[in-house]
Design a protein around this ligand. Structure first.
Ligand SMILES: Cc1ncc(COP(=O)(O)O)c(C=O)c1O
Length: 473
């Protein structure tokens, strides 16, 4: 197959896939166990190559079997949809295959990444902010904790670190990546102190103060607070201004995990959710969540560039890459990675296309859709909201105590049936001891009809389960 023919065939498939997002005959998810899938799909790597036609066949099979994250029924994780401009950026990034370590090898890509980081810093309120694109919010949290360690022990990156006495504070509803960060940074899970939350899932600043005092009294050394702006399950925003006051008076590094909620900063209506973010020391913000960039696209931003450069310092041993003349512009001096993808191009293209105002409209639109979903839930006699809402996470469950005694079992089964049906996919989460359904609005394809359909399906499945009618899927 000649190049043009190959690319034409590929382009046809891309167009068909993108268009099929509204195709009623298509499901969001084709439920199949991994065992059945591995038995019914040809996955083996042959001794002799199968040739270019097999590539198209394999792509067809992949497109058929993948979860259709571009469909309106995809409301499970904190991301979804297909931004075609960003997709173009992704293709061009792969086509040009730049590695972000030096200006020499990624000249324009370097300037583009710096432009993105600078703009995000300004939006956060870090006048001299600096940063790097990372592999995601998990990595951003780890960098935040590493910067905190570097700040209290500037030699630690060189001479090592005994983390057994150093403690970090997070909300009890923080993302699990903070535990992984603690592992990598060297304090271990047991030195992550989970601070109690209020009824909305926000860290209680009074409890934070108490935990810090208790830790010091026990001979421990508080070095890092990670506040969350947009928790994973409830979408709660910790009170950054109150937390920052405590962090400053106690001289503790404050990192903000805004992987999920960072986009609120675009909206004049929602920005106050992160009031005080400019008082933090570092922030991570995923553009591959609400901003709809194809995975991966995530920024880590720090107020003081020097700290990040010392965390990522490699003592100039890589003489084959880094040279003095470009030391201020080579981004490999501010990253823990060596080879690194160009994740900025897609965001830069999408941002230039719609501007800050486009992001603000997107945030407000998603919040309105989440309001609509909440109104629909509240209006249904057997559905109940399981938490107050600040963001686009909508936690609810079916509750008809007169006909079902085990609500957890009932809601678990509702979600299993939704999965098997394969049209509207929502997450199953826990709030305290309760199992809840957690749709999230973070997908441009979501509209009010699919929200109505979710409500209808949950009610229908619940009634069937209560009446002992087996699943029709
Ligand atoms: C609050 C929060 N922080 C961090 C992360 C991790 O982000 P990533 O998947 O980009 O590593 C998530 C993921 O959902 C999250 O919800």
């Amino acid at each position: 197959m000649v190049l043009e023919e190959f690319i034409d065939s590929l382009a046809d498939r891309i167009v068909n896939y993108a268009k099929s997002s509204h195709d009623k005959s298509n499901k969001t998810l084709d439920f199949m166990t991994s065992y059945s899938r591995s038995k019914t799909t040809d996955l083996k790597l042959p001794l002799e190559g199968l040739g270019p036609q097999s590539v198209m066949d394999d792509i067809d099979e992949f497109l058929k079997q993948c979860v259709k994250t571009n469909r309106s029924g995809f409301m499970n994780p904190l991301w979804g949809g297909l931004n075609i401009t960003a997709f173009a950026g992704e293709v061009i990034s792969a086509l040009t295959n730049q590695s972000m370590y030096t200006y020499e090898l990624a000249p324009l890509a370097t300037l583009i990444e710096q432009t993105i980081i600078k703009r995000m810093s300004e939006i956060i309120g870090f006048a001299e902010g600096f940063g790097t694109m990372t592999t995601g919010g998990s990595n951003g949290n780890m960098l935040g904790m590493l910067c905190a360690r570097q700040s209290i022990l500037p030699q630690s990156s060189k001479v090592g670190f005994n983390g057994s006495k150093y403690v970090a504070f997070v909300s009890s509803e923080s993302h699990y990546s903070v535990l992984m960060s603690a592992n990598v940074v060297g304090i271990g899970h047991q030195n992550v102190i989970k601070v109690a939350c209020d009824e909305k899932g926000r860290m209680k600043s009074s409890s934070l103060e108490e935990e810090i005092t208790r830790s010091r009294a026990n001979g421990l050394i508080p070095f890092c607070i990670i506040a969350t702006s947009g928790t994973t399950v409830r979408g709660a925003f910790d009170p950054l201004d109150e937390i920052a006051t405590i962090a400053h008076s106690e001289s503790i590094w404050l990192h903000v995990d805004a992987a999920w909620g960072g986009s609120c900063l675009f909206s004049s209506k929602k920005r106050q959710l992160m009031k005080g973010v400019e008082l933090a020391d570092s922030v991570c913000w995923d553009a591959h969540k609400m901003m709809g960039m194809p995975l991966i696209c995530s920024a880590f931003i720090v107020k003081n560039a020097q700290i990040l450069s010392s965390v990522c310092s490699h003592g100039d041993v890589a003489h084959y890459l880094f040279h003095d003349e470009t030391k201020d512009i080579d981004l490999g001096r501010f990253s823990l990675q060596c080879g690194r993808r160009n994740d900025s191009l897609k965001l830069w293209l999408a941002w230039r296309e719609i501007g800050d105002s486009g992001w603000a409209k997107m945030v407000d639109h998603y919040c309105e859709l989440a309001d609509y979903l909440e109104e629909r839930i509240v209006a249904e006699p057997n559905l109940e909201m399981c938490s107050d809402r600040e963001w686009t996470n909508v936690c609810f469950r079916y509750n008809d105590k007169s006909r079902a005694d085990d609500l957890n079992q009932l809601n678990l089964e509702i979600r299993n049936r939704l999965l098997k049906e394969g049209e509207v996919i929502v997450s199953r989460s826990n709030i305290g001891d309760d199992i809840v359904l957690r749709p999230v609005i973070s997908n441009p394809a979501v509209h009010t009809d699919i929200i109505d359909s979710l409500i209808e399906k949950v009610n229908l499945h619940a009634l069937e389960i209560i009446s002992d009618i087996p699943s029709s899927n």
